[in-house]
Write a protein that binds this ligand. Structure first.
Ligand code: OXD
Length: 312
């Protein structure tokens, strides 16, 4: 019985993940691809952008667990073995990082830091009049574990927070919730700072094109920490050029790494970060992954399992 760690992205971190998992599950053999050991022994694949096609090599595979929050990097493998549970990573350290990243940009835009930076370049001393946090509406698209946690931390700072998602939700405390395409306009038209946390699914792909971006109030901001394919990048650039959207902090892109010649790199109103908003923390995430493997071994369901129906 063994666990296989496989990634094409952060090879250099794989030893850290291995020792985290070894500590949490000393009874297991843990290998790092391409050193897979006996293929018949591999029961759990723990992956981030694994080399395409490898997972069908393991006849006794019981589950695929993601090293990150999303699983689009798993399900996009055309050779994925069918019928196995695919387990997302919900880890409190990762959620915490995403909260911090979101707070950073919300505060940056809310308190005009982007403007003071521009003013400084021409030695301009202009005091912008400040807006109270309760008069600023932050709209969050994607109210899963991470979106909710970000929303609650902004509520605690007195921002008005509203949320949007594809499916009805139980009460979200003081976060007013908008649901489905019919309520998207209502949601967007009140949103001064939009935070996208949505996963990429057939339903969310390109959900924000010029038709929807028009609903945002003039001078709004966008923070994208969900997935790049959700916002049409050409339409976003046009809205930034016209000033309808004042600035965007983008951590995720339709193509990653962001190609060198992509105009988002040089756009004066765009802040690019290289998909770092919620980096998995091997020390805490290895424990979460180990707990899920134990649940499967005991015949119980790991959490959360990717659902084919909802696409995440
Ligand atoms: C992700 C992650 O899924 O960084 O994007 O965890």
């Amino acid at each position: 019985m063994s666990i296989l760690l496989a990634s094409t992205d952060f090879w250099e971190d794989m030893e850290v993940w291995r020792s985290g998992l070894e500590e949490a599950m000393p009874e297991m053999d843990i290998n790092v691809y391409p050193d897979e050991g006996d293929v018949n022994d591999v029961e759990y694949a723990v992956v981030w952008k694994h080399p395409r096609g490898i997972l069908k090599k393991y006849p006794n595979l019981k589950a695929i667990l993601s090293l990150g929050a999303g699983v689009d990097h798993v399900i996009s493998d055309p050779d994925l073995p069918l019928g196995l549970p695919i387990v997302r990573l919900v880890d409190k350290k990762l959620t915490h990082e995403m909260i911090l990243h979101s707070l950073h940009w919300v505060l940056h835009f809310h308190s005009d830091q982007y403007l003071y930076r521009i003013q400084q370049q021409s030695s301009e001393w202009i005091q912008q009049s400040s807006i109270q946090s309760e008069d600023r509406t932050i709209g969050i698209m994607g109210l899963g574990n991470i979106g909710k946690a970000i929303g609650n931390s902004l509520v605690n700072l007195d921002f008005k927070v509203i949320g949007w998602g594809a499916r009805p939700k139980e009460s979200l405390g003081s976060i007013e919730y908008y649901c489905g395409h019919e309520q998207l306009e209502d949601f967007l038209s009140q949103t001064h700072i939009l935070i996208n946390v949505l996963p990429l699914t057939d339903n969310t792909k390109n959900i924000l094109t010029k038709n929807e971006l028009t609903f945002l109030p003039q001078g709004s901001f966008i923070i994208n920490i969900g997935r790049g394919g959700i916002i049409n990048e050409n339409d976003l650039i046009n809205f930034l050029d016209s000033g309808h959207i004042k600035a965007a902090a983008l951590d995720v892109f339709a193509q990653e790494p962001l190609p060198e010649n992509n105009s988002l790199w040089m756009h004066p109103s765009v802040y690019v970060t290289p998909h770092i908003a919620g980096q998995s923390n091997p020390r805490s995430a290895a424990k979460t992954i180990a707990e899920n493997i134990r649940l499967i071994q005991n015949g119980e369901a790991p959490y959360p399992i990717y659902s084919l129906d909802s696409g995440y």
